[in-house]
Design a protein around this ligand. Sequence first.
Ligand code: UDX
Ligand code: ADP
Length: 466
Amino acid sequence: MKVIKNICCIGAGYVGGPTMTMIAAKCPHIEVNVVDINSERIAAWNDINVDNIPIYEPGLSELVAETRGRNLFFSTDVDKAIQAADMIFISVNTPTKTYGVGKGMAADLKYIELCARQIAAVATTDKIIVEKSTLPVRTAEALKRILDNTGNGVNYEILSNPEFLAEGTAVSDLLNPDRVLIGGEETESGRLAQQALVDVYANWVPKDRILTTNVWSSELSKLTANAFLAQRVSSINAISELCEVTEADVDEVARAIGADSRIGSKFLKASVGFGGSCFQKDILNLVYIAQSYGLHEVADYWEQVIIMNDHQKRRFAKKIVETLFNTVSGKKIVILGWAFKKDTNDTRESAAIYVVDYLLSEQAEIIIYDPKVSAERIFSDLEYLNTRTNKENRELVTVVENPMLAFADSHAAVVLTEWDEFKSYDWKQIYAAMLKPAFLFDGRMLLNHNQLVDIGFQTFTIGKGQ
Ligand code: UDX
Ligand code: ADP
């Protein structure tokens, strides 16, 4: 039996940060060192004021306050943490490749490989390596080959422990997971390593929720879970378009079908399109893997989920232009929400980026407000698209900290993230400040539209006939 006393986590991002904080909170007997090459990020995790930690997640700063300096440490000294650890989690980013073979589809594994090489270079005692980042199937094999070929006598066991937490609810998902999945090799030492990680989670997760599988099943399950979830969103979004041209209401349809226990009620909320760091990346990965095995029908089947999502974002943006009398050039449009969902400051693949990019190409004047996303982040998201120069983006876009001052003389307000605070705004006052007719586009079915119509707004909501 192997008892874990020291854990190192490489990568202090949205996955590594919250997961390690929870392990530290629930396992006071384990020292947890979270390391990252990004010194600014580490400095933010170590900020005296826990409200300044780099990731916004409800309940996270309280947990960091409880554990940091006790058995949770953030540092840039990667080598030292690797050397001291019995178990190393790899939680670095695996973005979609932007170059070479598999460009735009395959996961870029360069950060993972760098980690493996660094571990191989500095480790002097046996280690259990845990893949936490979402990875294409069979990455564990590649990791093992890099590690085993160093020839310095250190033994490595590789486990796959995919992350299922959703941003915005990370703390409660980690505290009370539906399941924890641990894939390991089917050898004696593989089983011992798997058990060591089971024992870590068993400090707070009921044993019947800790599933063990082989490594490949575990890796593929992560991609499959995200593909199924995203598919539900694209399915209901496809129906939302049909609802808009008939007299059906997508909320009513979702309620009716979700009441069937075989379907279930979650992930049936029509929206302007799914975002986040996982869904698109993981499906593209699945598609790429299927293609590389020559399974073209399988690849096409899953790719359709992405095609539908791109269509949903574009048609929402188009709808805004059409409704504003076919031109938004020089018109002031207020965007409420930039994060890919509420309760997170993460903006990766957020639908807002694409909707705003479309409106900017139509020369709209855009004012953006998000309660948790910085102006710097917003401009770098737009810059990353490369549609126009950063200077042009900055001429057309203003990011504000007080949304109430933004509405004066605006033509339209557009809700792109379902932040709760938007519901409690004084919409009468907003209406008074706007030009008439005042348009409201709700990409999240968030607001009370009957009330808005009574105030005088012309409203458009995803999935509802006008
Ligand atoms: C997802 C998975 O849920 C999680 O298990 C995995 O570990 C990482 O990927 P996350 O991306 O954080 O988590 O958020 P999620 O809640 O799944 O939402 C993804 C996107 O789908 C968001 O843009 C959200 O707004 C959208 N969505 C979700 C809908 O549009 N409608 C829904 O009904 C649900
Ligand atoms: P995720 O959502 O998967 O957690 P993030 O991008 O938020 O992704 O976090 C990944 C983190 O991994 C980043 O902070 C990045 O600096 C860090 N990272 C990437 N490569 C390395 C490496 N070789 N060593 C240490 N940290 C790394």
